[in-house]
Design a protein around this ligand. Structure first.
Ligand code: CP
Ligand code: NVA
Length: 302
C-alpha cells in the first residue's frame, strides 16, 4: 500500500489487513510490548482545518511507533499564502518520510501524492474521511466479531463521512442503508460505486434506513467549511436525527457511532448519545490504533 487517499482505493483484503494490524498494535500497546516500526521516521501533518482527534492520535501514534510527528498548520506555511501544492509536495518529500493532510479539496491530496515521492495519508477532505472509517470498521468488528452480513445505517448529510462509510461498509461485506434529505445526497462517484451492490439503499426516511440495523451512524448537519449554511441546514435536516424513535426500528442490540464532534439534539439526542457513549469513545480511541496500522503499512515494514 503506497498511500491512503480514499476508501475506494483499498481492496477488501487491504482493509482486513489494516484492521488485523490495528488489533495487534492495540494489544501490544495495552500489554507494554514495544512496536517501534517507524523508528527514526518523520511524519508531516498539514492541517488546513481544525482537529482534536486526528491531530492528537496521529501525533501520539507516530511517537509510539518510534517516529517523529511535525504539526504543520497551513496558516504558518507558504501553502497558506498560495505556494502550489505541487511544489510543497516536492519540497516536503526531500525532508519527510510521510505526510498526513487535512484539507478541503480531495484534488489537493491527490496532487500531493502525484507530485511527491513519499506516502500521503488523507486526514479528511470535503469528499472523504478514510482514517475515521477504518477506525469505525475496527470498532464494529470489535463489538460484533465480524463485519460481513451486518447492516449499517447512516442518517444525515451525504458528506465526507457518508461517502467513506458507504464504500467502507460495502467493501467490508455489510449492507448499507442511508437516509439523506433531497439535495444532500452522497457524492456521485460513491453512488456509482454503490449501485452495483444489492445491499445498498438510499432512502429519505430515517426510520426506513434504520430498520433492523446492527450499527447506526450519523454526523453533523454542517461540516467544517459550511459554517455559513448552518441555519439553512438546520431546516433541511430537521428529523434526520438518531433518537429513540429511530432506535426502535433497529435491532435491540444495535450500536450507535459518531465520528465526533457531536451536536446534541441536532443529529443525535443527548439521551441516545450517552446510552452509547462507550461505543462512541471506543471508536474515538480506535483512531489511534487504526492510524498506527495505516502508517506502518504505508511508511514502514511491519
Ligand atoms: N473525527 C475527527 O476527525 O475528529 P477531529 O476533527 O477532532 O480530528
Ligand atoms: N463531516 C465532519 C466530520 C468531522 C470529523 C466535517 O467535515 O466537519
Amino acid at each position: 500500500m503506497k498511500h491512503l487517499l480514499k476508501m475506494m482505493d483499498l481492496s477488501t483484503e487491504e482493509i482486513t489487513d489494516i484492521l488485523n494490524l490495528a488489533d495487534q498494535l492495540k494489544y501490544e500497546l495495552k500489554h507494554g510490548i514495544a512496536h517501534d516500526h517507524l523508528k527514526g521516521k518523520t511524519l508531516g501533518m498539514i492541517f488546513e482545518k481544525a482537529s482534536t482527534r486526528t491531530r492528537v492520535s496521529f501525533e501520539t501514534g507516530m511517537y509510539q511507533l518510534g517516529g517523529y510527528p511535525l504539526f504543520l498548520s497551513s496558516g504558518d506555511m507558504q501553502i497558506g499564502r498560495g505556494e502550489p501544492v505541487q511544489d510543497t509536495a516536492r519540497v516536503l518529500s526531500r525532508y519527510l518520510d510521510g505526510i498526513m493532510i487535512r484539507t478541503f479539496k480531495q484534488e489537493e491530496v491527490e496532487k500531493l501524492a502525484e507530485y511527491g515521492s513519499i506516502p500521503i495519508i488523507n486526514g479528511l477532505t470535503d469528499y472523504c474521511h478514510p482514517c475515521q472509517v477504518l477506525a469505525d470498521l475496527l470498532t464494529v468488528r470489535e463489538y460484533k466479531n465480524k463485519l460481513e452480513g451486518l447492516k449499517m445505517c447512516y442518517i444525515g448529510d451525504g458528506n465526507n463521512m457518508a461517502n467513506s462509510l458507504i464504500v467502507g461498509g460495502l467493501k467490508g461485506g455489510m449492507s448499507v442503508s442511508v437516509a439523506c434529505p433531497d439535495g444532500y445526497h452522497p457524492d456521485k462517484t460513491v453512488m456509482d460505486f454503490a449501485k452495483d451492490y444489492s445491499g445498498f439503499k438510499l432512502v429519505s426516511d430515517p426510520k426506513e434506513a434504520a430498520a433492523d440495523a446492527d450499527v447506526l451512524f450519523t454526523d453533523v448537519w454542517a461540516s467544517m467549511g459550511q459554517e455559513d449554511e448552518r441555519e439553512k441546514r438546520k431546516i433541511a435536516f430537521k428529523g434526520y436525527q438518531i433518537n429513540d424513535d429511530v432506535m426502535s426500528a433497529a435491532h435491540s442490540d444495535a450500536m450507535v457511532m459518531h465520528c465526533l464532534p457531536a451536536h446534541r439534539e441536532e443529529e443525535i439526542t443527548a439521551k441516545v448519545f450517552e446510552e452509547h457513549a462507550q461505543e462512541i469513545f471506543d471508536e474515538a480511541e480506535n483512531r489511534l490504533h487504526a492510524q498506527k496500522a495505516v502508517m506502518v503499512k504505508v511508511m514502514g515494514e511491519k
